[in-house]
Design a protein around this ligand. Structure first.
Ligand code: NAD
Length: 364
């Protein structure tokens, strides 16, 4: 039976975090009222605001809240006032702590170019029109965690740096299964990106992904080398549906793909883990515009849609939120970061209200 009772830990964070989270929660409240869901929201402190109050960016209380929740919704953390702090208590450590404790292993980044915002892309509109890519990045392996690592000075007095590209078969299998499952809910095309022509670990990656693919005969699997993928993302990005790749390649490719849209305030993300999942916009706390009611709340609102789809199996409602965002853009509403001539320039609150009004209509 479908569950209708979910615990959500909410961390608005720093900078524009509180402003964008307020609008995202409006949307969640609307879904909750109209669909008779019982979302139990519990707000906590994470990031610089937590450091100011408790001397740590991720207090035990916040961690407990996250661990006991079905999903975590996060605004953004960080800001110049905390930049001189020791690395161990910087606001960004809260993210690392949450990811680690929640056993996060997959990052999902949908790259969608809205027809209404085609001009925001640095590429020509005929290249980016219709882009709808899901990039799935493995998060626990690769050169970021492999050992040995470090820089040592040899007998000759010269330094040598080493990082190790390592993946276990289980790590590859786990992300591949997720990717095939997600591809199944989309156009059923999965591209696995590697460097199997040069790196043995990537040869293993390719072979495990291929093995997993045997259980998903309905999904078309292809492989591509990372250098070619970087090129194809600019040349012909609309050929892609779901892309699964390793930690390092995913780090780079997902940022490259994000730039196709040209609007950082529009992109949500999901980080899926063994214990829970974390949903957040890809942008930071934008201290330069905090407190001015001009931040774009759409990435955070779209993160709510991802949460409904991937944590609560509420795809229909997720689709409606995405549709409400599209409708709002079609009506001409724009925050400053995506403003265009002859459009309705609005602030954070008014943008949230406009999406809520459209969602209200769609839910009727
Ligand atoms: P940023 O993403 O905060 O801002 C980059 C630029 O984009 C700024 O000009 C900002 O005004 C604009 N921008 C970002 N989000 C926007 C939105 N929703 N609407 C309109 N404009 C938006 O990146 P930054 O300036 O490099 O970092 C600022 C702080 O955020 C730093 O402390 C950094 O460490 C932190 N950060 C946090 C996260 C996170 O919480 N996940 C991610 C990245 C950066």
């Amino acid at each position: 039976m479908k569950k209708d009772n979910f615990k959500i830990a909410v961390f608005a964070g720093d900078g524009i975090g509180t402003e964008i989270m307020r609008e995202a929660l409006k949307i969640l409240q609307l879904i909750s009222d109209r669909k008779k869901m019982n979302f139990q929201l519990q707000e906590g402190l994470a990031g610089g605001c937590a450091y100011d109050r408790f001397g740590t960016p991720l207090p035990d209380e916040s961690l407990k809240l996250a661990m006991q929740s079905d999903a975590v919704l996060l605004g953004a953390v960080g800001g110049p006032q905390w930049e001189s702090l020791d690395y161990s208590v910087r606001p960004e450590r809260a993210l690392l702590g949450l990811r680690g404790k929640l056993g996060i292993y997959a990052n999902l980044r949908p790259i969608i170019v809205f027809e209404e915002l085609l001009d925001a892309s640095p590429l020509k509109s005929n290249i980016v029109r219709g882009i709808d890519i899901m990039i799935i990045r493995e998060l626990t392996g690769d050169v970021y965690f492999g050992r040995p690592r470090g820089v040592k000075t040899g007998k000759n007095g010269k330094r040598k740096g080493v990082n190790t590209l390592a993946y276990s078969e289980d790590e590859i299998r786990r992300i591949a299964v997720r990717a095939f499952e997600i591809a199944r809910t989309r156009k059923k095309n999965l591209l696995s990106v590697d460097k199997a022509n040069i790196l043995e670990t990537m040869e293993l990656w390719r072979s495990v992904v291929t093995e997993v693919g045997k259980d998903y005969p309905d999904v078309a699997l292809q492989h591509m080398y990372v250098d070619n993928c970087a090129l194809q993302l600019i040349r012909n990005p609309s050929q892609f549906d779901v892309i699964v790749t390793s930690n390092l390649f995913g780090d780079i490719l997902s940022d490259e793909a994000a730039m196709l849209t040209g609007s950082i305030g529009m992109l949500p993300s999901a980080s899926l883990g063994r214990k829970s999942a974390l949903y957040e916009p890809i942008h930071g706390s934008a201290p330069d515009i905090a407190g001015k009611n001009i931040a774009n709340p759409l990435a955070t609102i779209l993160s709510v849609a991802l949460m409904l789809r991937y944590s609560f199996a509420m795809s229909a409602e997720a689709d409606l939120i995405e549709k409400a965002v599209t409708e709002t853009l079609k009506e001409g509403y724009r925050t400053k970061d995506i403003d265009q001539p002859d459009k309705k320039l609005v602030g954070t609150t008014a943008m949230g209200d406009a999406v809520a009004a459209n969602l209200h209509k769609l839910l009727n």
